[in-house]
Design a protein around this ligand. Structure first.
Ligand SMILES: Cc1cc2nc3c(=O)[nH]c(=O)nc-3n(C[C@H](O)[C@H](O)[C@H](O)COP(=O)(O)OP(=O)(O)OC[C@H]3O[C@@H](n4cnc5c(N)ncnc54)[C@H](O)[C@@H]3O)c2cc1C
Length: 289
């Protein structure tokens, strides 16, 4: 009997994952699951836990590298309306963790709520942004997060229990479900001005929108990873179909013939050159599954 048989309607078995991730490389998921309701999701998580099935949640796929051999177990995507709704109540905004970060920023600015606008242009979902504390910024606006724990139970993590670091958070539950933010009221024109500035800055540095790309390393304390990589002379270096972006050396871009192995070899090359030159160990920002 195939695993999780009772969820056949929402499971795609042996589903290629490359189309769902920004780098456009990697093999299939044993099961790609797109639950329709919170209850269905909680039950899937519970059964995965019970049957010892490995479980991953895929957000926008901008910060994940899928190995060529694919991913064993269940990969969950929170695409149904139950996971993407955004509600505003005064200065509080409650967002489903499957909603895009772009929709959250747009909804907040429509209601003259400030704080998140400097994150404009960052790819991905609310869940992915909170998990990685996007740009070291988003965490300070989070007041509570609803999660599903490994037993399939919905729990609430309050602000006091949460810690956000540089590109990291203490949230280690398997699924982030909703997040509540407290924002500041401000003049819409001032919000739009900051948004425009952040957008122009980000877009002028990052790979072009048609490129398959991902940011690779965290900035070491007080240092800038892209500058260090540039100084090793690796800009534009290629391994197979993977290449260091000429716009920002902390991004890898891939061509159609690229494999996850090419990306991994390029990551190793960068890390060893930076270690030789600066005696600094670069830590990966991208999650390798
Ligand atoms: C072109 C480009 C520009 C970028 N610029 C920036 C930038 O300026 N600043 C910055 O900080 N980052 C940047 N990033 C990195 C990336 O966009 C962010 O880290 C983003 O927040 C990841 O969100 P995602 O939904 O794509 O997550 P994914 O890549 O899908 O997942 C990332 C991790 O979060 C987990 N996850 C996602 N959703 C959930 C959930 N609901 N529950 C539990 N776990 C979950 C995944 O399992 C995975 O471990 C950039 C990426 C690209 C491709």
């Amino acid at each position: 009997m195939p695993a999780l048989e009772e969820f056949e309607e929402i499971i795609r078995r042996n589903e290629p994952l490359a189309p769902y991730v920004h780098l456009k490389v990697g093999g299939p998921a044993e099961m790609l699951i797109q639950p329709r309701t919170r209850e269905e999701l909680a039950e899937v998580v519970r059964q995965c836990f019970e049957q010892k099935i490995p479980l991953h949640v895929l957000g926008g796929g901008s910060n994940v590298l899928i190995p060529d051999e694919g991913v064993r177990g269940a990969v969950i995507r929170l695409t149904a309306p139950a996971f993407t709704t955004i509600e505003v109540d005064g200065k509080r905004v409650r967002a489903g963790c499957g909603a895009s970060l772009a929709s959250l920023i747009s909804e907040a600015s429509t209601h003259a709520l400030a704080g998140l606008e400097t994150l404009v242009g960052i790819q991905g979902t609310v869940g992915g942004a909170i998990r990685c504390n996007c740009s070291g910024e988003i965490g300070r606006f989070v007041r509570r997060v609803e999660v599903i724990d490994a037993r399939g139970e919905i729990q609430v993590r309050e602000k006091d229990e949460l810690q956000f670091g540089h590109s990291s958070s203490s949230l280690d539950d398997p699924v982030l479900l909703t997040a509540e933010f407290e924002l500041d009221a401000d003049e819409p024109s001032a919000i739009v001005k900051r948004m425009r500035k952040a957008w122009i800055h980000r877009k002028s540095r990052q790979p072009l929108t048609f490129q398959a790309a991902a940011r690779i390393f965290k900035n070491p304390k007080g240092l800038v990873a892209s500058e260090m990589i540039e100084q090793t002379g690796l800009a534009k270096t290629q391994v197979g179909g993977a290449e260091i972006s000429e716009r920002d050396a902390n991004f890898i871009v891939t061509r159609e013939n690229a494999t996850a192995r090419d990306v991994l070899r390029l990551i190793d090359l960068v890390r060893s050159r930076v270690r030789e030159r600066f005696n600094v160990e670069l830590e990966q920002e991208i999650t390798i599954w």
